[in-house]
Design a protein around this ligand. Structure first.
Ligand code: HEM
Length: 261
């Protein structure tokens, strides 16, 4: 009985998928978008980029939910966070996910960066994608930094003071950037407004399309070291070795000698 129900469910699922594919082409499009061959060796390390993507999407979603209650003013910010933690339905859970996935994001993005570096994925033709990645990394750091002040407690406040002080020592632009961030002589209402605008509007608006560019470039060149690339490189290497071996045994052909002269 259970076997028949299971078989029927699978059959219905297949029919539904076929129908959707026939009418929209969505199934093959998803396959094209999601499936990318990766080298067999160390294949799990190639999931770190997707893990980063997952965490950043989680940040966007939980961040939007937090905005339903968070108030970005000096006299309400802390209270609104307190309300989220103690009164709002699932507030503690949503804020916890936002907080922990921000921490994991920093770790996972670092690991993803290390994987691409140590597997040599930054080399041509992927150097632009590496540069886009570095910009993404810097933006994510600023995202984490600006988020810290928003809770408007002693922890966030003094961490921001330290961060801003460090930034002020940057050569040439340090002073201007700090003035722009603080928006006055001391950290106060203007600073909170600015950090809020940067954290909630500016950075996500830059990050989202840049992640799109990152993924587009990835699709354009494929994963570094995928089997296809290895096969091609190995074929070229073998061809070169074969020619060198020929040269060593029989010397250069007449045409080649003339060309080299
Ligand atoms: C918001 C941050 C980021 C997201 C969402 C993201 C996402 C991804 C995804 C999904 C992939 C394909 C899967 C994989 O190889 O793991 C990928 C590949 C890649 N990423 Fe990132 N990434 C981010 C940050 C970075 C950073 C910080 C760097 C380096 C500075 C970087 C450099 C690369 C490179 C070079 C590739 C191509 C890998 C290859 O061809 O083997 N990415 N990224």
């Amino acid at each position: 009985m259970i076997g028949r129900v299971k078989a029927q469910t699978v059959e219905t699922g297949k029919l539904l998928a076929d129908w959707i594919e026939d009418r929209t082409g969505a199934v093959s499009m998803m396959e094209k978008f999601l499936y990318e061959p990766v080298p067999k060796r160390g294949a799990w390390l190639y999931t770190l980029g997707s893990a980063t993507l997952f965490l950043i999407v989680l940040q966007f979603l939980t961040g939007i939910l937090l905005l339903f209650y968070y108030v970005p003013t000096v006299d309400h910010a802390w209270n609104s966070v307190y309300y989220i933690m103690n009164e709002a339905y699932f507030g503690q859970l949503i804020r916890g996910i936002h907080y922990w996935s921000a921490n994991f994001l920093m770790a996972v993005i670092g690991l993803h960066m290390a994987r691409t570096f140590f597997s040599g994925a930054y080399k041509a033709p992927r150097e632009l994608n590496w540069v886009v990645g570095v910009v993404l990394f810097l933006l994510v750091i600023v995202l984490a930094f600006t988020g810290y002040l928003l809770r408007w407690d002693q922890d966030g406040f003094w961490a921001s003071v330290v961060g801003i002080k460090i930034g002020s020592y940057s050569p040439f632009i340090g002073g201007y950037v700090v003035n722009f961030l603080i928006g006055g002589d001391v950290i106060g209402p203007a600073t909170l407004s600015r950090f809020f605008a940067i954290h909630v509007w500016l950075l996500p608006a830059i990050l989202a399309p840049l992640i799109g560019v990152h993924l587009y470039l990835l699709r354009r060149h494929g994963e570094f070291g995928s089997e296809f690339e290895y096969t091609e490189r190995l074929a070229k290497l073998k061809e070169r070795q074969r020619l060198e071996e020929y040269e060593r045994r029989y010397g250069l052909g007449e045409e080649e000698e003339e060309r080299r002269e």
